[in-house]
Write a protein that binds this ligand. Structure first.
Ligand code: BES
Ligand code: MN
Ligand code: ZN
Length: 494
Protein backbone atom coordinates (compact mmCIF):
# COMPACT_ATOMS: atom_id res chain seq x y z
CA UNK A 1 0.00 0.00 0.00
CA UNK A 2 1.21 3.44 -0.93
CA UNK A 3 0.29 6.39 1.24
CA UNK A 4 0.34 10.06 0.36
CA UNK A 5 -0.69 13.40 1.78
CA UNK A 6 -3.18 15.54 -0.11
CA UNK A 7 -3.88 19.25 0.20
CA UNK A 8 -6.42 19.35 -2.65
CA UNK A 9 -9.99 20.46 -1.97
CA UNK A 10 -12.36 17.46 -1.88
CA UNK A 11 -14.06 18.50 -5.11
CA UNK A 12 -10.75 18.95 -6.94
CA UNK A 13 -9.15 15.69 -5.84
CA UNK A 14 -8.83 13.15 -8.63
CA UNK A 15 -9.39 9.81 -6.97
CA UNK A 16 -11.42 6.63 -7.28
CA UNK A 17 -13.10 7.52 -3.99
CA UNK A 18 -13.27 10.51 -1.68
CA UNK A 19 -14.20 9.60 1.89
CA UNK A 20 -16.13 12.22 3.85
CA UNK A 21 -18.03 12.10 7.10
CA UNK A 22 -21.48 12.99 8.39
CA UNK A 23 -22.24 13.32 12.08
CA UNK A 24 -25.23 12.20 14.07
CA UNK A 25 -28.61 13.64 13.05
CA UNK A 26 -27.30 14.13 9.52
CA UNK A 27 -24.96 17.02 10.29
CA UNK A 28 -22.57 17.23 7.36
CA UNK A 29 -18.90 17.73 8.11
CA UNK A 30 -17.20 20.70 6.43
CA UNK A 31 -15.69 18.59 3.66
CA UNK A 32 -18.99 16.81 3.07
CA UNK A 33 -20.68 20.21 2.79
CA UNK A 34 -18.07 21.50 0.35
CA UNK A 35 -18.47 18.43 -1.81
CA UNK A 36 -22.26 18.49 -1.52
CA UNK A 37 -22.41 21.99 -3.03
CA UNK A 38 -20.38 20.95 -6.06
CA UNK A 39 -22.40 17.85 -6.82
CA UNK A 40 -25.83 19.39 -6.73
CA UNK A 41 -26.78 18.57 -3.16
CA UNK A 42 -26.75 14.80 -3.52
CA UNK A 43 -25.49 14.29 0.03
CA UNK A 44 -27.88 16.68 1.75
CA UNK A 45 -30.77 15.16 -0.22
CA UNK A 46 -29.92 11.77 1.23
CA UNK A 47 -30.08 13.31 4.70
CA UNK A 48 -33.45 14.93 3.99
CA UNK A 49 -34.88 11.65 2.78
CA UNK A 50 -33.76 9.98 5.99
CA UNK A 51 -31.35 7.71 4.14
CA UNK A 52 -28.26 9.08 5.84
CA UNK A 53 -28.41 9.65 9.57
CA UNK A 54 -24.75 9.77 10.48
CA UNK A 55 -24.94 6.88 12.91
CA UNK A 56 -21.45 5.59 13.60
CA UNK A 57 -20.49 3.02 10.99
CA UNK A 58 -23.45 3.60 8.62
CA UNK A 59 -22.39 4.74 5.19
CA UNK A 60 -23.54 5.40 1.66
CA UNK A 61 -21.62 4.99 -1.59
CA UNK A 62 -22.28 7.57 -4.33
CA UNK A 63 -21.18 6.87 -7.89
CA UNK A 64 -21.37 8.68 -11.24
CA UNK A 65 -20.26 11.94 -9.68
CA UNK A 66 -20.78 15.12 -11.65
CA UNK A 67 -19.23 18.36 -10.49
CA UNK A 68 -16.24 16.89 -8.66
CA UNK A 69 -13.07 15.17 -9.85
CA UNK A 70 -13.62 11.93 -7.94
CA UNK A 71 -15.17 8.73 -9.33
CA UNK A 72 -17.01 7.86 -6.13
CA UNK A 73 -17.83 9.37 -2.79
CA UNK A 74 -18.18 7.31 0.34
CA UNK A 75 -20.07 9.12 3.09
CA UNK A 76 -19.45 7.50 6.44
CA UNK A 77 -21.43 8.06 9.64
CA UNK A 78 -19.26 9.45 12.44
CA UNK A 79 -21.74 9.46 15.34
CA UNK A 80 -21.92 12.33 17.84
CA UNK A 81 -19.72 15.31 17.02
CA UNK A 82 -18.54 16.03 20.57
CA UNK A 83 -17.08 12.69 21.63
CA UNK A 84 -15.55 12.15 18.22
CA UNK A 85 -12.12 10.95 19.26
CA UNK A 86 -9.44 8.73 17.83
CA UNK A 87 -11.33 5.62 18.89
CA UNK A 88 -14.42 6.69 16.91
CA UNK A 89 -12.19 7.84 14.07
CA UNK A 90 -10.60 4.38 13.86
CA UNK A 91 -14.01 2.73 13.73
CA UNK A 92 -15.36 5.10 11.07
CA UNK A 93 -12.28 4.65 8.91
CA UNK A 94 -12.38 0.87 9.31
CA UNK A 95 -16.00 0.62 8.22
CA UNK A 96 -15.36 2.92 5.26
CA UNK A 97 -12.49 0.62 4.26
CA UNK A 98 -14.74 -2.42 4.59
CA UNK A 99 -17.22 -0.85 2.19
CA UNK A 100 -14.46 0.28 -0.16
CA UNK A 101 -13.04 -3.20 -0.35
CA UNK A 102 -16.30 -4.31 -1.97
CA UNK A 103 -15.80 -1.78 -4.79
CA UNK A 104 -13.25 -1.65 -7.56
CA UNK A 105 -11.62 1.53 -6.20
CA UNK A 106 -7.86 1.34 -6.60
CA UNK A 107 -7.15 4.47 -4.64
CA UNK A 108 -8.97 6.65 -2.13
CA UNK A 109 -8.46 9.89 -0.25
CA UNK A 110 -9.78 10.29 3.25
CA UNK A 111 -11.05 13.68 4.39
CA UNK A 112 -11.90 12.34 7.82
CA UNK A 113 -8.44 13.47 8.88
CA UNK A 114 -9.74 17.05 8.63
CA UNK A 115 -12.41 16.41 11.24
CA UNK A 116 -11.90 17.68 14.75
CA UNK A 117 -10.67 14.49 16.33
CA UNK A 118 -10.77 15.37 20.01
CA UNK A 119 -7.48 13.88 21.09
CA UNK A 120 -5.33 14.08 17.96
CA UNK A 121 -3.06 16.19 15.76
CA UNK A 122 -2.00 15.76 12.12
CA UNK A 123 0.91 13.48 13.04
CA UNK A 124 -1.04 11.02 15.13
CA UNK A 125 -4.00 11.02 12.73
CA UNK A 126 -1.80 10.19 9.78
CA UNK A 127 -0.04 7.49 11.81
CA UNK A 128 -3.34 6.05 12.99
CA UNK A 129 -4.80 6.15 9.47
CA UNK A 130 -1.79 4.34 8.07
CA UNK A 131 -2.06 1.73 10.80
CA UNK A 132 -5.80 1.15 10.25
CA UNK A 133 -5.50 1.00 6.46
CA UNK A 134 -2.39 -1.17 6.62
CA UNK A 135 -3.98 -3.59 9.05
CA UNK A 136 -7.16 -3.79 6.96
CA UNK A 137 -4.98 -5.13 4.14
CA UNK A 138 -3.53 -7.84 6.35
CA UNK A 139 -4.31 -11.44 5.37
CA UNK A 140 -3.73 -14.42 7.63
CA UNK A 141 -1.08 -16.72 6.13
CA UNK A 142 -3.75 -19.39 5.96
CA UNK A 143 -3.48 -22.94 4.74
CA UNK A 144 -6.78 -22.93 2.87
CA UNK A 145 -6.61 -24.48 -0.56
CA UNK A 146 -9.84 -22.82 -1.69
CA UNK A 147 -12.09 -19.85 -0.86
CA UNK A 148 -9.21 -17.53 -0.13
CA UNK A 149 -10.31 -14.07 0.94
CA UNK A 150 -9.71 -11.78 -2.03
CA UNK A 151 -7.37 -8.84 -1.66
CA UNK A 152 -9.08 -5.48 -2.01
CA UNK A 153 -8.26 -3.52 -5.16
CA UNK A 154 -6.98 -0.59 -3.11
CA UNK A 155 -3.29 0.18 -3.62
CA UNK A 156 -2.98 3.90 -2.85
CA UNK A 157 -4.40 5.83 0.06
CA UNK A 158 -4.42 9.59 0.55
CA UNK A 159 -4.69 11.52 3.78
CA UNK A 160 -6.02 15.07 3.53
CA UNK A 161 -4.37 17.91 5.47
CA UNK A 162 -5.08 21.63 5.47
CA UNK A 163 -1.68 23.31 5.85
CA UNK A 164 1.93 23.01 4.84
CA UNK A 165 3.03 22.42 8.42
CA UNK A 166 0.49 19.62 8.73
CA UNK A 167 1.81 18.03 5.56
CA UNK A 168 5.22 17.60 7.19
CA UNK A 169 3.67 16.17 10.36
CA UNK A 170 1.41 13.84 8.37
CA UNK A 171 4.30 12.56 6.27
CA UNK A 172 6.15 11.68 9.45
CA UNK A 173 3.00 10.01 10.76
CA UNK A 174 2.71 7.92 7.60
CA UNK A 175 6.32 6.81 7.87
CA UNK A 176 5.94 5.77 11.50
CA UNK A 177 2.57 4.15 10.77
CA UNK A 178 4.15 2.05 8.03
CA UNK A 179 6.85 0.91 10.42
CA UNK A 180 4.21 -0.06 12.97
CA UNK A 181 2.17 -1.94 10.36
CA UNK A 182 5.26 -3.81 9.16
CA UNK A 183 6.02 -4.83 12.74
CA UNK A 184 2.44 -5.82 13.51
CA UNK A 185 2.16 -7.84 10.31
CA UNK A 186 5.31 -9.79 11.11
CA UNK A 187 4.05 -10.46 14.62
CA UNK A 188 0.68 -11.58 13.30
CA UNK A 189 2.20 -13.79 10.60
CA UNK A 190 4.31 -15.60 13.18
CA UNK A 191 1.62 -15.93 15.84
CA UNK A 192 -1.08 -17.04 13.41
CA UNK A 193 0.96 -20.01 12.20
CA UNK A 194 0.02 -23.33 13.79
CA UNK A 195 2.46 -24.81 16.29
CA UNK A 196 3.49 -27.58 13.87
CA UNK A 197 4.81 -24.84 11.59
CA UNK A 198 5.90 -22.17 14.09
CA UNK A 199 8.43 -24.08 16.21
CA UNK A 200 11.41 -22.60 18.08
CA UNK A 201 13.47 -23.33 14.95
CA UNK A 202 10.94 -21.46 12.82
CA UNK A 203 11.19 -18.45 15.14
CA UNK A 204 14.99 -18.64 14.92
CA UNK A 205 14.76 -18.62 11.14
CA UNK A 206 12.44 -15.61 11.27
CA UNK A 207 15.07 -13.82 13.37
CA UNK A 208 17.78 -14.80 10.89
CA UNK A 209 15.63 -13.45 8.07
CA UNK A 210 15.42 -10.12 9.92
CA UNK A 211 19.20 -10.04 10.19
CA UNK A 212 19.50 -10.82 6.49
CA UNK A 213 16.98 -8.13 5.51
CA UNK A 214 18.40 -5.38 7.74
CA UNK A 215 22.12 -4.77 8.06
CA UNK A 216 21.44 -2.98 11.36
CA UNK A 217 20.20 -6.25 12.96
CA UNK A 218 22.46 -9.06 14.20
CA UNK A 219 21.24 -12.35 15.49
CA UNK A 220 22.72 -15.17 17.54
CA UNK A 221 20.90 -18.45 18.14
CA UNK A 222 21.85 -20.53 21.17
CA UNK A 223 21.01 -24.24 21.21
CA UNK A 224 20.21 -26.34 24.29
CA UNK A 225 23.84 -27.33 24.91
CA UNK A 226 24.81 -23.67 24.98
CA UNK A 227 21.92 -22.87 27.33
CA UNK A 228 23.09 -25.70 29.59
CA UNK A 229 26.57 -24.20 29.67
CA UNK A 230 24.95 -20.92 30.76
CA UNK A 231 23.21 -22.89 33.54
CA UNK A 232 19.70 -22.02 32.36
CA UNK A 233 18.20 -24.87 34.36
CA UNK A 234 14.83 -23.20 34.65
CA UNK A 235 14.40 -22.60 30.91
CA UNK A 236 15.61 -26.11 30.08
CA UNK A 237 13.20 -27.70 32.58
CA UNK A 238 10.27 -26.46 30.47
CA UNK A 239 11.55 -27.91 27.21
CA UNK A 240 12.48 -31.29 28.73
CA UNK A 241 9.16 -32.92 27.78
CA UNK A 242 9.32 -32.24 24.04
CA UNK A 243 11.19 -33.67 21.07
CA UNK A 244 11.31 -30.23 19.49
CA UNK A 245 14.65 -28.51 20.14
CA UNK A 246 14.57 -25.27 22.18
CA UNK A 247 16.39 -22.09 21.17
CA UNK A 248 17.51 -18.89 22.82
CA UNK A 249 17.27 -16.19 20.17
CA UNK A 250 19.35 -13.05 20.71
CA UNK A 251 18.82 -10.02 18.47
CA UNK A 252 20.91 -6.85 18.47
CA UNK A 253 20.17 -3.54 16.80
CA UNK A 254 22.66 -0.69 17.15
CA UNK A 255 21.31 2.64 15.90
CA UNK A 256 23.17 4.79 18.44
CA UNK A 257 26.68 4.97 19.85
CA UNK A 258 27.83 1.64 21.29
CA UNK A 259 28.42 3.36 24.61
CA UNK A 260 24.69 3.99 25.00
CA UNK A 261 23.06 1.36 27.22
CA UNK A 262 20.44 -0.58 25.25
CA UNK A 263 16.80 -1.29 25.87
CA UNK A 264 16.35 -5.05 26.16
CA UNK A 265 13.09 -6.69 25.10
CA UNK A 266 12.49 -10.19 26.44
CA UNK A 267 9.67 -12.14 24.76
CA UNK A 268 8.00 -15.35 25.89
CA UNK A 269 8.32 -17.84 23.04
CA UNK A 270 6.34 -20.90 24.08
CA UNK A 271 5.35 -22.14 20.63
CA UNK A 272 2.78 -24.45 22.19
CA UNK A 273 1.65 -24.64 25.81
CA UNK A 274 -0.13 -27.88 26.70
CA UNK A 275 0.50 -27.15 30.37
CA UNK A 276 2.94 -30.08 30.55
CA UNK A 277 2.22 -32.68 33.22
CA UNK A 278 -0.18 -30.13 34.78
CA UNK A 279 -2.10 -30.64 31.53
CA UNK A 280 -4.58 -28.01 30.40
CA UNK A 281 -8.23 -28.95 29.70
CA UNK A 282 -8.98 -29.51 25.99
CA UNK A 283 -11.36 -26.56 25.42
CA UNK A 284 -9.60 -23.86 23.35
CA UNK A 285 -6.21 -25.48 23.86
CA UNK A 286 -5.46 -24.69 20.20
CA UNK A 287 -5.17 -21.05 21.26
CA UNK A 288 -1.99 -21.96 23.10
CA UNK A 289 -0.23 -21.73 19.73
CA UNK A 290 -0.41 -17.99 20.47
CA UNK A 291 1.76 -18.48 23.57
CA UNK A 292 4.75 -17.21 21.59
CA UNK A 293 3.08 -13.81 21.05
CA UNK A 294 5.61 -12.07 23.31
CA UNK A 295 8.43 -13.45 21.16
CA UNK A 296 6.58 -12.45 17.99
CA UNK A 297 6.08 -8.92 19.35
CA UNK A 298 9.83 -8.62 19.94
CA UNK A 299 10.59 -9.69 16.36
CA UNK A 300 7.87 -7.35 15.09
CA UNK A 301 9.27 -4.45 17.08
CA UNK A 302 12.76 -5.13 15.70
CA UNK A 303 11.33 -5.05 12.20
CA UNK A 304 9.62 -1.69 12.85
CA UNK A 305 12.70 -0.18 14.50
CA UNK A 306 15.02 -1.32 11.71
CA UNK A 307 12.56 -0.17 9.04
CA UNK A 308 12.46 3.29 10.66
CA UNK A 309 16.19 3.32 11.42
CA UNK A 310 15.59 4.63 14.94
CA UNK A 311 18.63 6.15 16.69
CA UNK A 312 18.54 3.75 19.63
CA UNK A 313 20.22 0.57 20.79
CA UNK A 314 17.94 -2.41 21.18
CA UNK A 315 18.49 -6.01 22.23
CA UNK A 316 15.98 -8.85 22.02
CA UNK A 317 16.16 -12.03 24.08
CA UNK A 318 13.67 -14.74 23.17
CA UNK A 319 13.58 -18.07 24.97
CA UNK A 320 11.68 -20.38 22.60
CA UNK A 321 10.43 -23.88 23.39
CA UNK A 322 7.36 -26.10 23.65
CA UNK A 323 5.69 -27.11 26.91
CA UNK A 324 4.73 -30.80 26.52
CA UNK A 325 4.03 -33.75 28.82
CA UNK A 326 6.12 -36.90 28.35
CA UNK A 327 8.25 -39.41 30.21
CA UNK A 328 11.00 -36.84 30.33
CA UNK A 329 8.84 -33.89 31.30
CA UNK A 330 9.32 -31.88 34.48
CA UNK A 331 6.95 -33.09 37.24
CA UNK A 332 5.12 -31.07 39.88
CA UNK A 333 7.43 -30.82 42.87
CA UNK A 334 10.63 -30.96 40.80
CA UNK A 335 13.20 -28.41 41.85
CA UNK A 336 15.21 -26.54 39.22
CA UNK A 337 18.14 -24.16 39.44
CA UNK A 338 17.86 -20.93 37.46
CA UNK A 339 20.77 -19.15 35.78
CA UNK A 340 20.67 -16.61 38.62
CA UNK A 341 21.49 -19.40 41.06
CA UNK A 342 18.09 -19.21 42.75
CA UNK A 343 16.20 -22.51 43.04
CA UNK A 344 12.54 -22.95 42.12
CA UNK A 345 10.05 -25.61 43.16
CA UNK A 346 7.88 -26.27 40.09
CA UNK A 347 4.49 -26.81 41.73
CA UNK A 348 2.63 -26.38 38.47
CA UNK A 349 4.24 -27.14 35.11
CA UNK A 350 1.63 -24.92 33.44
CA UNK A 351 3.26 -21.85 35.01
CA UNK A 352 6.08 -22.28 32.49
CA UNK A 353 6.30 -18.77 31.09
CA UNK A 354 7.98 -17.38 34.18
CA UNK A 355 10.39 -20.33 34.18
CA UNK A 356 11.74 -19.51 30.75
CA UNK A 357 11.58 -15.72 31.23
CA UNK A 358 13.59 -15.72 34.45
CA UNK A 359 16.66 -17.15 32.72
CA UNK A 360 16.24 -14.80 29.76
CA UNK A 361 16.02 -11.86 32.20
CA UNK A 362 19.24 -13.00 33.87
CA UNK A 363 20.86 -13.30 30.44
CA UNK A 364 19.78 -9.70 29.70
CA UNK A 365 22.07 -8.44 32.48
CA UNK A 366 25.14 -8.97 30.33
CA UNK A 367 24.08 -5.98 28.23
CA UNK A 368 24.12 -3.64 31.23
CA UNK A 369 20.73 -2.43 29.98
CA UNK A 370 19.15 0.98 30.43
CA UNK A 371 15.74 -0.69 30.60
CA UNK A 372 14.45 -4.27 30.38
CA UNK A 373 10.89 -4.95 29.25
CA UNK A 374 9.50 -8.46 29.08
CA UNK A 375 6.40 -9.25 27.05
CA UNK A 376 4.45 -12.43 27.73
CA UNK A 377 1.08 -14.16 27.45
CA UNK A 378 1.74 -14.99 31.06
CA UNK A 379 -1.50 -15.53 33.00
CA UNK A 380 -5.17 -16.28 32.52
CA UNK A 381 -5.62 -14.23 35.67
CA UNK A 382 -4.61 -11.09 33.78
CA UNK A 383 -7.43 -11.73 31.32
CA UNK A 384 -9.83 -12.03 34.26
CA UNK A 385 -8.54 -8.77 35.73
CA UNK A 386 -8.37 -6.57 32.62
CA UNK A 387 -10.23 -8.41 29.87
CA UNK A 388 -9.10 -7.92 26.30
CA UNK A 389 -8.71 -4.16 26.38
CA UNK A 390 -5.65 -3.41 28.47
CA UNK A 391 -2.40 -5.30 28.80
CA UNK A 392 -1.20 -5.69 32.38
CA UNK A 393 1.69 -3.35 33.17
CA UNK A 394 4.01 -4.18 36.07
CA UNK A 395 7.21 -2.36 36.92
CA UNK A 396 9.75 -1.64 39.62
CA UNK A 397 10.24 1.89 38.21
CA UNK A 398 7.57 4.63 38.33
CA UNK A 399 9.02 6.59 35.44
CA UNK A 400 9.25 3.59 33.15
CA UNK A 401 5.72 2.58 34.05
CA UNK A 402 4.27 6.00 33.18
CA UNK A 403 6.29 6.16 29.95
CA UNK A 404 4.87 2.80 28.84
CA UNK A 405 1.35 3.74 29.88
CA UNK A 406 1.59 6.99 27.89
CA UNK A 407 2.98 5.13 24.87
CA UNK A 408 0.03 2.75 25.01
CA UNK A 409 -2.40 5.67 25.04
CA UNK A 410 -0.81 7.43 22.07
CA UNK A 411 -0.71 4.17 20.14
CA UNK A 412 -4.26 3.11 21.11
CA UNK A 413 -2.66 -0.03 22.50
CA UNK A 414 -3.31 0.51 26.17
CA UNK A 415 -1.73 -1.01 29.25
CA UNK A 416 -2.90 -0.58 32.84
CA UNK A 417 -0.55 -0.32 35.83
CA UNK A 418 -0.86 -3.14 38.34
CA UNK A 419 0.83 -3.43 41.74
CA UNK A 420 3.69 -5.69 42.76
CA UNK A 421 5.05 -6.03 46.27
CA UNK A 422 6.30 -8.11 49.15
CA UNK A 423 2.82 -8.98 50.41
CA UNK A 424 2.14 -10.75 47.12
CA UNK A 425 5.62 -12.20 46.74
CA UNK A 426 5.19 -13.97 50.09
CA UNK A 427 2.59 -16.20 48.48
CA UNK A 428 5.41 -17.85 46.48
CA UNK A 429 6.92 -19.39 49.62
CA UNK A 430 8.29 -22.95 49.32
CA UNK A 431 9.39 -25.41 52.00
CA UNK A 432 11.89 -27.04 49.64
CA UNK A 433 13.42 -24.37 47.39
CA UNK A 434 14.04 -20.60 47.40
CA UNK A 435 10.48 -20.15 46.18
CA UNK A 436 7.74 -21.88 44.17
CA UNK A 437 6.59 -21.04 40.63
CA UNK A 438 2.93 -20.61 41.64
CA UNK A 439 1.12 -18.92 44.50
CA UNK A 440 -2.55 -19.86 44.45
CA UNK A 441 -5.45 -18.33 42.57
CA UNK A 442 -5.67 -14.93 44.20
CA UNK A 443 -3.89 -12.14 42.34
CA UNK A 444 -2.45 -14.60 39.83
CA UNK A 445 -1.19 -11.99 37.37
CA UNK A 446 0.50 -10.11 40.21
CA UNK A 447 2.21 -13.10 41.82
CA UNK A 448 3.51 -14.09 38.38
CA UNK A 449 5.02 -10.60 38.03
CA UNK A 450 6.45 -10.91 41.55
CA UNK A 451 8.16 -14.13 40.51
CA UNK A 452 9.85 -12.27 37.63
CA UNK A 453 10.75 -9.40 39.96
CA UNK A 454 12.96 -11.82 41.91
CA UNK A 455 15.21 -11.91 38.83
CA UNK A 456 15.24 -8.21 38.00
CA UNK A 457 16.58 -6.64 41.17
CA UNK A 458 18.73 -3.61 40.36
CA UNK A 459 17.37 -3.41 36.81
CA UNK A 460 14.89 -0.82 35.54
CA UNK A 461 12.32 -3.36 34.51
CA UNK A 462 8.73 -3.61 33.28
CA UNK A 463 6.58 -6.61 32.47
CA UNK A 464 3.68 -6.57 30.01
CA UNK A 465 1.16 -9.39 30.48
CA UNK A 466 -0.49 -9.62 27.06
CA UNK A 467 -2.54 -12.80 27.64
CA UNK A 468 -5.77 -10.86 26.99
CA UNK A 469 -4.60 -8.51 24.24
CA UNK A 470 -2.24 -10.41 21.93
CA UNK A 471 -4.88 -12.43 20.16
CA UNK A 472 -8.63 -12.80 19.71
CA UNK A 473 -10.62 -15.99 20.00
CA UNK A 474 -13.99 -16.88 18.45
CA UNK A 475 -14.95 -16.08 14.89
CA UNK A 476 -12.25 -13.41 14.63
CA UNK A 477 -9.61 -15.77 15.95
CA UNK A 478 -6.12 -14.48 15.26
CA UNK A 479 -3.20 -12.40 16.41
CA UNK A 480 -3.90 -8.68 17.02
CA UNK A 481 -0.34 -7.45 16.58
CA UNK A 482 -0.42 -5.96 20.08
CA UNK A 483 1.67 -4.69 21.84
CA UNK A 484 3.89 -3.73 18.86
CA UNK A 485 2.27 -0.26 18.60
CA UNK A 486 2.91 0.42 22.29
CA UNK A 487 6.52 -0.74 22.12
CA UNK A 488 7.32 1.18 18.93
CA UNK A 489 5.75 4.35 20.32
CA UNK A 490 7.79 3.96 23.49
CA UNK A 491 10.98 3.57 21.45
CA UNK A 492 10.04 6.49 19.17
CA UNK A 493 9.68 8.85 22.10
CA UNK A 494 12.62 7.52 24.08
N1 BES B 1 0.09 -19.37 28.60
C1 BES B 1 -0.61 -19.44 29.84
C2 BES B 1 -1.38 -18.16 30.16
C3 BES B 1 -2.57 -17.88 29.32
C4 BES B 1 -3.81 -18.35 29.70
C5 BES B 1 -2.48 -17.11 28.19
C6 BES B 1 -4.92 -18.06 28.95
C7 BES B 1 -3.59 -16.82 27.42
C8 BES B 1 -4.81 -17.29 27.81
C9 BES B 1 0.37 -19.69 30.99
O1 BES B 1 1.48 -20.42 30.68
C10 BES B 1 -0.39 -20.43 32.04
O2 BES B 1 -0.77 -21.53 31.78
N2 BES B 1 -0.59 -19.81 33.19
C11 BES B 1 -1.31 -20.40 34.23
C12 BES B 1 -0.61 -20.09 35.52
C13 BES B 1 -1.14 -20.84 36.69
C14 BES B 1 -0.83 -22.31 36.55
C15 BES B 1 -0.54 -20.27 37.93
C16 BES B 1 -2.73 -19.83 34.22
O3 BES B 1 -2.88 -18.64 33.95
O4 BES B 1 -3.66 -20.58 34.43
MN1 MN C 1 1.09 -22.50 30.88
ZN1 ZN D 1 2.08 -20.37 28.71
Amino acid sequence: MQFFVSTAAPSKQRTDCAIVGVYDKGILSETAQALDKKIGGRISRLVKRGDLRGKAGDGVLLTDIEGAACERIYVIGLGARDGFKRKQYRKALASALGALARTGAKDAVSYLSLEEVGDSDAYILARTTTEVVGNAQYRIPDHKTANKRPKSALTRFGIAVSSRADRTHAERGIKHGQGIVAGMSLMRDLANQPANVCTPTYLSNAAKTLARDYRSIRVRILNEAECRRLKMGSFLSVTSGTEEPARLIVLEYFGAARSQAPTVLVGKGVTFDTGGISLKPPANMDEMKFDMSGAASVLGTFKAVAELGLPINLVGVVPACENMPSGRATKPGDIVKSMSGQTVEVLNTDAEGRLILCDALTYARRYDPDVVIDIATLTGACVIALGNHYSGLFSNDEQLSSALKAAGERADDRAWPMPIGEEYAEQLKSNFADFANVAGREGGAITAACFLAKFTEGLRWAHLDIAGTAYQGGSQKGSTGRPVPLLVDYLLTK
